[in-house]
Design a protein around this ligand. Structure first.
Ligand code: NDP
Length: 239
């Protein structure tokens, strides 16, 4: 059995996911880059190799059950277990707006990717995580998914109403809460981690770089005593 920890990062061909993959590789973890487009995954592997970092990639579309099952089978065949799962893949769509006007098609797609995708990948990877001596799941969440923040007029996020995106992260947080209890006896630690406000293709602007945004998810992927928490840079986010 490989002594190095094995991690799968979904949506890791660019943005925060790629940085999470890079930093985990630097930390000595064997990283599998999940990419919905195989070619973009290979590009990410080449990009890391140019910096002396060896990662591998798997085609993984989190909305495609066949793709998810194939990725789980490939990890099982190659490694026999999984130690770290980072559910990072996510989308944002400007047609997903306030509840009164959001495009239902956009809302459905965002929920399908950001929540159902994370749930489906987690289900498929659980048999492999159960074989880890210390499994960890990091769900990459957002303050926009906090019910407390959304109902607090003094919050800077109060007016940011994207019903699909915000609900998808609230649902992802529910997954964190329920999984934590379900997996406690198996010793698998689960947290929701917000990277902060990061400039990526998803946001177009932000106050942090992907390198900075990846730091907290990586920290909680590697260890720590938090379990079943919603964590953001600087502390805990209220659910
Ligand atoms: P990017 O758009 O840069 O990256 C998103 C990644 O998810 C891409 O690799 C994309 O792949 C992938 N992805 C999208 N749909 C799927 C799918 N169906 N299957 C597999 N992969 C998919 O965004 P960020 O790096 O900013 O976002 C990463 C995560 O961080 C998201 O979950 C986001 O919600 C969360 N987040 C981001 C914040 C920010 O400020 N940026 C703040 C809080 C949370 P492809 O290249 O093929 O499109």
């Amino acid at each position: 059995m490989d002594n190095k920890r094995i991690a799968l990062v979904t949506g890791a061909n660019k943005g925060i996911g790629l940085e999470i993959a890079r930093q985990l590789t630097e930390a000595g973890v064997t990283v599998i880059i999940g990419s919905r487009d195989a070619g973009r995954g290979e590009e990410a592997v080449t990009n890391l190799a140019a910096h002396g970092l060896a990662a591998t990639c798997l085609q993984l579309d989190v909305t495609d059950e066949t793709s998810i099952a194939a990725a789980a089978a490939a990890i099982s065949a190659e490694h026999g277990r999984l130690d770290i799962l980072v559910n990072n893949a996510g989308i944002f769509d400007f047609a997903d707006a306030a509840p009164s006007s959001a495009s239902i098609a956009a809302v459905r797609k965002v929920l399908e990717t950001n929540f159902i995708g994370a749930l489906a990948v987690t289900q498929a990877m659980l048999p492999l995580l159960r074989k880890s001596p210390a499994g960890r799941i990091v769900n990459v969440s957002s303050s926009l998914g906090s019910l407390s923040v959304n109902s607090d007029p003094s919050s800077p996020y109060f007016a940011q109403r994207y019903i699909g995106y915000n609900a998808s992260k609230a649902a992802l947080n529910m997954l964190t809460i329920q999984l934590t209890e379900e997996l406690r006896d198996a010793g698998i630690v689960v947290n929701s981690v917000s990277p902060g406000f990061v400039k990526t293709d998803l946001t177009g602007y932000g106050v942090m770089t992907p390198e900075e945004g990846a730091m907290l998810p990586v920290q909680h992927a590697l260890g720590g005593t938090d379990n079943g928490r919603f964590i953001e840079p600087g502390g805990y986010t209220p659910w």
